[in-house]
Design a protein around this ligand. Sequence first.
Ligand code: EPU
Length: 351
Amino acid sequence: MPDSTDLLPPSLRAVALQSRNTLALRAEAAVLRVFTAPEQVAALGRHAAQGARGWVLGGGSNLVLPASVAGEVWQMALRGITLEDETREHWLVRAAGGEPWHEFVAACVARGWGGLENLALIPGTVGAAPVQNIGAYGLELAERVHSVEAYEIPAKRWRRLAAAECGFGYRDSRFKRAAPGHWMITAVTFALPRRWQPRLDYPDLRRWPGWEEAPPKPETVFDAVCAIRRAKLPDPARLPNAGSFFKNPIVPAAQAAALRERHPGVPAWPQTDGGVKLAAAWLIEQAGWKGRRLGPVGMHERHALVLVNHGDAVGDDVLRLAGAVQADVRIRFGVTLEIEPVRIADALGDI
Ligand code: EPU
């Protein structure tokens, strides 16, 4: 009988990952395997049980890689979009983990399935989207997830997790809290509302001039979100970045009130749990980091929350700048900024 690990995708050796991470960090993987079929994924449990160590790569848009990556890199590249079911309320649309996120959103809108258009133009893959529970322009992915199919590598088993089992939070999930080699998300099924309602609460979107001409439709919201993002966020293909580099910090109400007294301009949003979310971009800008560089990296000149790679940076350059920004924001405002992307280890013991 063939060993199930024979089904693994071939190992590519000494692979440069610069083109596989949107920060374009110089990084090398000793071994890369690209998963294009479910049988290959099922072979991964056995491979890990035999001692292989590694982590799962999607579109590489939310990662800080070290120059020399520890363990194997397992890239999720399954493709396919299907309408699984129609209920009275929803279209249930399933997309494989390797589908590029933005193309998937565009395909849904083109087929008349609205509900994801506020998340247009976010880089990365469908499989990576639940990991950090992507969110933008008044919508979080979690609100549209029906279920997530994933292979749990150490347990060697397939799982189908309902949205409520995914532990979603602001830029967080049970997948993000686990080791990056624990889950391989192979597909996500979305419940998209048949009675579509535009979601225009976010100020930039509410103010969009197009709504004066015609009532919003999924396509026009999609176009508006793309235009708003293009106006202020750098395109990773031109200026490498990983989107927001820090989470917006959530502080206790008393701390927020004290801060607002000293700094009346700080944008702040009360949360349902009593905390207050602050705009990290504002804190970083006020701390003098907007448009400022340290070595080959810097904080973007149009959006202070986006860390950009101007040259030939490695992960350590990024972490040095992140540390300097965090220190200045802490000194000035007493607020600790948390790095948003996943940091990949350079030592096997840390995987
Ligand atoms: N602001 C500044 N300086 C700047 C940029 C913004 O003071 O350089 C202020 C703005 O005036 C505004 C506030 O900060 O009052 C918030 O700015 P923005 O609307 O651009 O949103 P954000 O909180 O910085 C978040 C997400 C983005 C998402 C946008 C829109 C996080 C960490 N980031 O950014 O997500 O696109 O809202 O919904 O929550 C990402 O995660 O990669 C990402 C781009």
